[in-house]
Design a protein around this ligand. Structure first.
Ligand code: NAP
Ligand code: ZN
Length: 349
């Protein structure tokens, strides 16, 4: 075991601050990674502030960060997939049982014994797992992803969560040419959803509460932008969407969007507001609409997404920040003031 520099929250109300954390010495199948960049997901903020206490209460100290991008420093004797110097990523998962139906089907994210990158019981060192707001991490090679070398590391980091979380439902619902697809919320997830839906050939419409994001939405690949607070603009799109991806992090009225679905249209939630959303029965009944959810993606699909991004030159639009500006970045996330993902430069630790 050795100590690594990191930033942690010690309670739901305290700002993140510098600390040190234990990291295990690499076991036979482990990869030791020097972290270059870590993206800042709104889930980090929800967890730091214990906003999901109903589903998973936060244990402190908490070192967030599950958009980890780095280079392999060393490998255990039995590692076959990676060597020192490789550009690699780690997302939201660092372990799963590998034997349940979900794991066997490639859906490690739904494994009942899955282990999240941070805040989950750590079977190696005791205590909880620590995330990527740190200098290094040690992860079993099954949960380490290859990152194409042609991608900018700072901008590729967010693919490990924002990327796969939007790629996976768009693939699952077979979004593609000839379809009209909505993306609600132009933040970290939303802007990746726009890029993927465009790359898959769909007609993409962004719904935003921030009128000043209109030009950016078009630049990112949207064909149309709707300011969702404008009822007349919303009404123009009634009954016209095949699929809508909802990335909103806070309470909002989803009935307004269900009304925009075609017959048999689906709205998938990836955003995870802390309070339950109210659904009007008739918003579903009329048109046999459905609502579903989606959580990140499995390991094989995450690799598929990264390879797709390498081939198509897709990364996040990032604002690179030094570690010491993380608390300010959280305030900006809450103000919807993100363009469009913060990526922490770990050389500033
Ligand atoms: P983010 O960068 O903060 O973006 C969220 C966007 O939602 C904002 O930029 C804003 O877009 C919109 N928004 C915020 N407050 C709103 C409100 N009160 N009403 C309407 N729109 C509002 O967050 P993120 O990192 O993309 O994460 C989004 C959500 O997804 C979070 O809840 C996060 O925990 C969750 N998440 C889920 C998964 C999963 O696997 N399912 C993975 C990662 C994250 P506009 O300014 O355009 O309106
Ligand atoms: Zn995330």
């Amino acid at each position: 075991m050795h100590q690594a520099k990191a930033w942690a929250a010690t309670s739901a109300t305290s700002p993140l601050a510098a600390t040190t954390i234990p990291r295990r010495e690499p076991l036979a199948t482990d990869v030791e990674i020097d972290i270059l960049f870590c993206g800042v997901c709104h889930s980090d903020l929800h967890m730091v502030r214990n906003e999901w206490s109903d589903a998973m209460a936060t244990t402190y100290p908490l070192v967030p960060g599950h958009e980890i991008l780095g280079r392999v420093k060393s490998t255990g004797d039995a590692v076959t997939k990676f060597k020192t110097g490789d550009l690699v990523g780690v997302g939201c998962l660092v372990d799963s049982d590998g034997t349940c139906d979900a794991c066997k089907a490639g859906f490690e994210q739904f494994c009942p014994n899955g282990v999240f990158t941070y805040g989950a019981p750590d079977k190696h060192l005791g205590g909880t797992t620590h995330g990527g707001y740190s200098a290094s991490v040690v992860v079993d090679e099954r949960f380490v992803l290859r990152v194409p070398d042609n991608l900018d590391p700072a901008a590729a980091a967010p693919l490990l969560c924002a990327g796969i979380t939007t790629y996976s439902p768009l693939r699952h619902w077979k979004v593609g040419e000839g379809q009209k697809v909505g993306v609600i919320g132009l933040g970290g997830l939303g802007h990746m959803g726009v890029k993927f839906a465009k790359a898959f050939g769909a007609h993409v419409v962004v719904f935003t509460t921030s009128p000043h994001k209109k030009e950016d939405a078009l630049r990112l690949g949207a064909h149309e932008v709707v300011v969702s607070t404008n009822a007349a603009e919303m009404e123009k799109h009634a009954g016209s969407f095949d699929f809508i991806l909802d990335t909103v992090s806070a309470d909002h009225d989803i009935n307004a969007y269900l009304a925009l679905l075609k017959i048999h249209g689906n709205l998938t939630l990836v955003g995870a507001p802390s309070k339950p959303l109210a659904v009007k029965a008739f918003a579903l009944l009329m048109g046999r609409h459905s609502i579903s959810g989606s959580n990140i993606g499995g390991i094989a699909e995450t690799q598929e997404m990264l390879d797709f991004c390498g081939e198509h030159g897709i990364t996040a639009d990032v604002e690179v920040i030094p570690m010491e500006r993380i608390n300010e970045a959280y305030e900006r996330l809450l103000a919807s003031d993100v363009k469009y993902r913060f990526s922490i430069d770990m050389s500033t630790l």
